[in-house]
Design a protein around this ligand. Sequence first.
Ligand SMILES: Nc1ncnc2c1ncn2[C@@H]1O[C@H](COP(=O)(O)OP(=O)(O)OP(=O)(O)O)[C@@H](O)[C@H]1O
Length: 459
Amino acid sequence: MNTVLVIEDDIGIQKQLKWSLSDYELVFAGDRQQAMTQLRRYEPAVVTLDLGLPPDPANATEGLACLSEILSALPETKVIVLTGSTDNNHALQAIALGAYDYYQKPIDADVLTIILQRAFKLAQLEKENHALRASSQQQADIIGNSEVIQKACRTVEKIAPTEITTLLLGESGTGKEVFARAIHKQSRRADKPFIAINCASIPENLLESELFGYEKGAFTGAGKTTLGKIECANGGTLLLDEIGDMPLSLQAKMLRFLQERVIERVGGRSEIEVDVRVICATHRDLQEMVAQQSFREDLFYRVSEIVLRIPPLRNRGHDIIIIAKALLHRFNQEYKTQIQGFTECATNAMLAHSWPGNIRELQNKLKSAVILAEAKFISADDLNLRAGQSPVKMQTLRQIREQAESEGIRQAYMLSSNNLSKTADLLGVTRPTLYALIDKYKLYDLRSADADNGNALPS
Ligand SMILES: Nc1ncnc2c1ncn2[C@@H]1O[C@H](COP(=O)(O)OP(=O)(O)OP(=O)(O)O)[C@@H](O)[C@H]1O
């Protein structure tokens, strides 16, 4: 049942509303202070507000102040202002301040119900729109349409809302940190810190104090109490990158933190509780390290409650080209160049290369190609790749067809200036078919950009 906050000091009207709006859960407030308490407690999508509130019920001053306070606390709230029958000016003032609608007393339950229904419908649409934008934004960093990447993205969507400790496995440069950020962004911790620490890049003797912090005087040079990365991530997410490189001496302390979610700063005596979601990443074979006793078995099971394998770039088929195009666009902007694309030889060479350094290697090659290229199209030579071989990885006919379809949709979309109706016309399909294809290939950014153009999304 939808909740409506009714801000009304007249007990008679409160009762009348309770009786006539039985389809809603009504919560009441008689003045501004109570209103704000109820607002924080219930976060209702819709509020009705009587402008004549105590201590000055004959005027609208308190009601208008209450309206401003509501909208600055929860700007999405739909506030329906209830006014006296001759109170047109105040009603307009309220609309100018951001009220959703106004309604003149005496109350007619049928009319008010219609206004409420519309307000809830709009609130619901806005919420869905935000979610859609957020999800296309969140996945926007992980570029790629290949089956393996889409599967990994689906796993991210499933694990993000949980608190499970995730282990990201993948070769160097495959995007483990990008995936860790995607999990964070889609979790309830999204507006809290995301802190990453690379266990391999910090000298063994410093890693403990980097992670756990230290008290003033804990060692020579410890001039003031300093928080470690774990405490800095409190409320948010901590990425322990290259966990396989964590020295054995520190692994026991890390295990205790993961089990009990308490830490002790170096040189400290008290236990500090922390609320941190942990994601670990490594390119090492942890199971092999357990077998060789260089990684604690109990820690291994703790960090790998769920394992997500990030596929190497060479297994992502045509994604190589999609990522290369996205990077080219970025570098064109960064270096103010106008390279238009890749020669056919360069495309084949990229598909044939085994990319041991994965996306980082692709980035580096492209960056220097963009800076050094002398023509409008980047050649295999510019990329320092051997030209002309055919792709190493054979794809099934279905994969080839799906990739072509998804690329064709993007091309038509670009040609029709980001307008989905025109895209559908260009492709010779109906709008519903196009939407179904966009869903199938998860091209959600097309939908949200189209909404920006003022076109309605299908329900
Ligand atoms: N799918 C992707 N699309 C575009 N860029 C990506 C993608 N995945 C990763 N990148 C980029 O590639 C680079 C390497 O990614 P990242 O640092 O996440 O890899 P990693 O696996 O954590 O590497 P390492 O193991 O060396 O720490 C980053 O600049 C990142 O922005």
